[in-house]
Design a binder for this molecule. Structure first.
Ligand SMILES: [Zn+2]
Length: 474
């Protein structure tokens, strides 16, 4: 870390004000202050690469970035580094593709509050290596549309954003900032409105009915847009039959296995059904067959569900420093209560959900991941995405599979895999430099030093420092 940072600093002083200024010229000062590597040609040498294709990690690689794209990648001895390139010698480091966060809100909740984090969330995402996000249910759609515009125009640091409209909730459902749909025509109207405003995805919520969901999907598809859902009143198989594109959270929210579930109604508690279902049995295979057959992807959000499992997760000190006083106290208080009152059934369902995700992938399913920084507030933007890496390894995936889930698979679902998601020649240079080896030590995923977005290298620790003590408030 120390070594690379000093190299980076030298490079920055050399290049600022030179030809590289052309690429940063359109960026505001509040973006530029975080950029430490910027130049027409950059070479990352002698580094371990996990390229996002699912292929094994490769040692001793060199990546050449030119004009914001990956120009060459291969063993260091075979890559011809152009003269005049800025070199970063990265022994002991690992490079992965920019993470594509597929459940990455810009709002945040604890048990007692909800806040739109238009200032801190984009900084934490970028600092953690998340260079693309889908917001996956908006609490404040105009705040997100404005934030996206600011990032696209170089006025604020942050990831590329794919905007989701407001949550589409059933008329009897809960949720103070959600839209409560009164019928199929209303669903079409609301989707049409937010499509015009710039949403490219929609998210159905847990008490929507089949008629409303079907109408929302039809309207979205007629506009080339997509729909995902945090389901309950509609089961996974029912949603697949209606044409949904993606399903959030996996096992925890699937009511396919509750024999007593009334139509269009979210059962009060279907935990017993989840506890009893056999992951190798015909019911689960039927869900997977439908999803895989129709190309419906699933989003893993283990980091937010872990927050409800007693004794987990280990406290991330970075989170304690980043949070503002109020949210920090609230989170620590709920966490303490949970450890006293928590039940073992939750621990078992959590483990089963991990196995379910592996079984889905084994059945040919397309799995992506995202943090979902809600629940009791213990999973912060970016930090929680990194926690997902550790949890998917715990679930039994190989490190290279997890990187693929967190980058390439998300890019595929978003339809941007021609440009993003893997470390391949010709793609946009979104790259994450990690000090250490997340293959042998998953926790090293947290040691991000520099994040490249569009070939510009952002200083990760400086981005994190810039939001210290305000996360959860602004
Ligand atoms: Zn969510």
């Amino acid at each position: 870390m120390r070594r690379i940072m000093s190299v980076a600093m030298t490079v920055a002083t050399v290049t600022i004000g030179s030809a590289a200024a052309q690429t940063t010229g359109s960026l505001s000062q509040q973006v530029r202050e975080f950029i430490i590597i910027d130049g027409p040609v950059i070479a990352l040498t002698d580094v371990r690469v996990i390229d996002g294709t699912g292929g094994p990690p490769r040692e001793g690689q060199t990546i050449v970035i030119a004009d914001g794209r990956i120009q060459q990648v291969g063993p260091s001895h075979s890559v011809d580094v152009p003269r005049g390139a800025q070199r970063l010698t990265l022994g002991g480091h690992t490079v992965i593709p920019g993470i594509v966060g597929m459940h990455n809100h810009t709002f945040y909740t604890t048990t007692g509050r909800s806040a739109q984090l238009s200032f801190s969330a984009p900084r934490l995402y970028l600092a953690s290596g998340v260079t693309t996000i889908r917001t996956t249910g908006s609490s404040s759609p105009y705040a997100e549309l404005n934030l996206k515009r600011d990032i696209d125009r170089g006025r604020a640091p942050g990831p590329r954003m794919h905007i989701t409209g407001p949550y589409l909730q059933g008329s009897s459902g809960a949720g103070g900032d959600m839209y409560h749909i009164t019928g199929p025509e209303d669903a079409r109207r609301v989707v049409a409105y937010w499509a015009e405003e710039g949403a490219t995805w929609f998210k159905a919520y847990n008490q929507i009915g089949r008629a409303e969901l079907g109408a929302a999907i039809e309207e979205a598809h007629s506009r080339g847009l997509k729909v995902t859902g945090h389901l309950c009143s509609v089961s996974f198989r029912e949603a697949v039959a209606l044409g949904i594109d993606n399903i959030e959270h996996g096992f925890f929210t699937n009511t396919d296995y509750d024999p007593d579930k009334p139509d269009d109604t979210c059962p009060m508690d279907f935990r017993d059904a989840l506890m009893e279902v056999d992951l190798d049995g015909p019911e689960v295979q039927a869900t997977f067959r439908d999803m895989v057959g129709s190309g419906v992807a699933m989003t893993s959000t283990l980091a937010v569900y872990e927050l409800f499992v007693p004794g987990r997760p280990p406290i991330d000190e970075r989170m304690i420093r980043a949070l503002a006083d109020g949210p920090r106290q609230e989170y620590l208080r709920t966490r303490e209560q949970l450890d006293i009152s928590g039940t073992t059934s939750i621990s078992r369902i959590f483990r089963k959900a991990m196995d379910y995700e592996r079984a889905f992938v084994n059945a040919g399913g397309l799995l992506a991941a995202g943090v979902d920084p809600t629940g009791n507030g213990g999973a912060l933007p970016g930090f929680g995405d990194q926690r997902n890496y550790e949890l998917l390894i715990e679930a039994g995936f190989a490190p290279e599979e997890v990187i693929q889930i967190m980058s390439a698979n998300g890019a595929k679902i978003l339809g941007v895999d021609d440009e993003l998601g893997t470390i391949e020649v010709g793609k946009i240079a979104d790259l994450v430099i990690i000090d250490g080896n997340p293959v042998s030590n998953p926790r090293d995923i947290r040691n991000v030093t520099i994040v490249f977005k569009d070939g510009l290298g952002y200083d990760s620790p400086r981005l994190i420092e810039s939001v210290r003590g305000v996360v959860g408030v602004r």
